[in-house]
Design a protein around this ligand. Structure first.
Ligand code: DUC
Ligand code: ZN
Ligand code: ZN
Ligand code: ZN
Length: 484
């Protein structure tokens, strides 16, 4: 069976042009004028773009005494409904647990995914077993990205010695290091101080994680990555201090990427203040929402290219789950949703306002991350031979976001009441039409795991530290060695 998308305008990260797209067995087989197929999708007035890739989700994540409520079933349905055709989730080994063992649990969780997915590995502790397992994770299991939490002290956090050891190993193996960059020691101190002073409400969450803790950790991670010689991907960059560090690193020729979230781009810290407890707690995530100056910095980063990818960190907890933190903000499960709304919100606040071109929109929602993760052009492209993960985007279609109509399994939406203009008419996952004129036709289990190899060529971080740590000339009997 062949499917043809007719009369649309193709928009990729670098081109905009009119053509039809022919699909066979889940792959794009022809792009050109007047194509015919068994099934025809009318894209008149629409843009045909690579489906979105959300490289940062936590589906059914064991965290803070509970599990995030959206799993691979509801999470991938939400993704497709909003034009996202691939998600990348984080495998979280327990303390002392091996990478491969933990990965099996994530493969078991993801069997009902309705769109394609991949995994990052989290380094939640460090030891010889993990050092030895890293090559097989990268070379045999298709995971080349390893995330390190610099916060969540006493749980997921790793210290600088562990960061340096893991980063160095990744450098040898051609992997990419990722960090959740917040200074976990300072956060723990600020939390204790705020609680001792009687600040127990959700607004204290924001006070306990000021931009400085993120800026410091981002700088530190960049320096450690440079010393180890590994490329670095900084997740959920939310403030100017962190953005500044990334900008400077890029200017110095370091391979460092920053990932703002749609939440930080469009929601600000006023969501925590003078609001009822549930409203504020539902928006507790780390890093917290910031003020407008930080938002402006993030938008500027997307425009100038110093920030590369827009993600969600989708980690959805119900109101009931959030209420376990009544009386103690440090017990409110951290996380917000966004999978279904990322593309429409970014289009509305980015393209419709003139802050981003359509091509930049495709770059930051799909193509850039496909290249970084080494799955381009199978993903993130409209090219013959690429997977038919596509969204037929109707720029005139509008809606008001409301929890009642969402695919996510939680009982609220942090974007409740926001009006969006620009929505999928069709979403295709490897040729399967999962959204048809707004109607959801997802198939549980259609999604496949995307293996991603290590890429030696992205592993040559420019670093003076390489020379500094290389063997030095030996000095003998007080006579300087030649060249010293
Ligand atoms: N931040 C969140 O808000 N939730 C999940 C993990 C994280 O880093
Ligand atoms: Zn994080
Ligand atoms: Zn996260
Ligand atoms: Zn199908």
């Amino acid at each position: 069976m062949t499917t043809v998308i007719k009369n649309g305008t193709i928009v990729t990260a670098d081109l905009t042009y009119k053509a039809d797209v022919l699909i066979e067995d889940g792959v794009i087989t022809e792009i050109g004028p007047d194509l015919k197929g068994d099934e025809q999708l009318d894209a008149t007035g629409c843009y045909v773009m690579p489906g979105g890739i959300d490289p940062h989700t936590h589906l059914e994540m064991p965290f803070m005494g509970t599990y995030s409520t959206d799993n691979f079933e509801s999470g991938t349905r939400a993704a497709l409904s909003g034009g996202t055709t691939m998600v990348v989730d984080f495998v979280l080994p327990g303390q002392g647990q091996g990478f491969v063992d933990a990965m099996k649990a994530w493969h078991n969780k993801s069997t009902l995914a309705s769109c394609d997915y991949s995994f990052h590995m989290a380094v939640t502790w460090w030891g010889k077993e993990l050092f030895d397992e890293m090559p097989t994770v990268i070379n045999d299991h298709g995971i080349n990205t390893f995330k390190h939490f610099m916060a969540y002290k006493g749980a997921l956090m790793v210290n600088d010695d562990e960061l340096y050891a893991s980063f160095s190993r990744l450098s040898e193996l051609g992997g990419i290091a990722m960090v959740h960059a917040e200074n976990g020691d300072v956060v723990a101190e600020l939390q204790a101080k705020l609680l001792a002073e009687g600040n127990t409400g959700p607004e204290a969450h924001a006070y306990s994680r000021p931009p400085q803790v993120e800026g410091e950790a981002t700088n530190r991670a960049i320096m450690i990555a440079d010393m180890a010689g590994v490329p670095l991907y900084v997740v959920h960059t939310s403030c100017e201090e962190a953005h500044e560090a990334i900008r400077r690193a890029k200017q110095q020729g370091k391979r460092v990427w920053g990932e703002p979230l749609i939440q930080h781009l469009t929601l600000d810290e006023s969501e925590y203040f003078n609001k009822d407890w549930d409203h504020a707690a539902r928006r507790v995530m780390s890093p917290p929402f910031r003020n407008k100056q930080h938002q402006d910095s993030l938008w500027a980063g997307l425009q100038s290219g110093s920030l590369s990818v827009v993600a969600t960190d989708h980690c959805a907890f119900t109101t009931e789950q959030k209420r376990t933190g009544l009386g103690d903000f440090t017990k409110i499960p951290n996380g917000t949703g966004g999978l279904e709304d990322r593309m429409p919100m970014l289009w509305t606040h980015g393209v419709n306002t003139g802050r981003l071109t359509m091509n930049e929109f495709v770059a930051v929602t799909s193509t850039n991350i496909a290249k970084i993760l080494n799955c381009y052009p199978t993903k993130g492209a409209v090219l013959v031979g690429a997977d038919a993960d596509l969204v037929v985007w109707d720029p005139e279609k509008e809606k008001t976001i409301t929890a009642g109509a969402q695919q996510s399994a939680i009982d609220y939406n942090v974007f409740e009441g926001k009006h969006v203009k620009g929505l999928p008419r069709f979403t295709l996952t490897r040729g399967h039409v999962a959204v048809h004129d707004g109607e959801i036709r997802t198939q549980e289990g259609h999604g496949k795991f995307v293996k991603r190899k290590g890429n030696g060529t992205v592993n040559k971080a420019l670093s003076s530290w390489k020379e500094l740590t290389a063997p030095r000339p030996v000095q003998r009997s007080g006579i300087p060695a030649s060249g010293v």
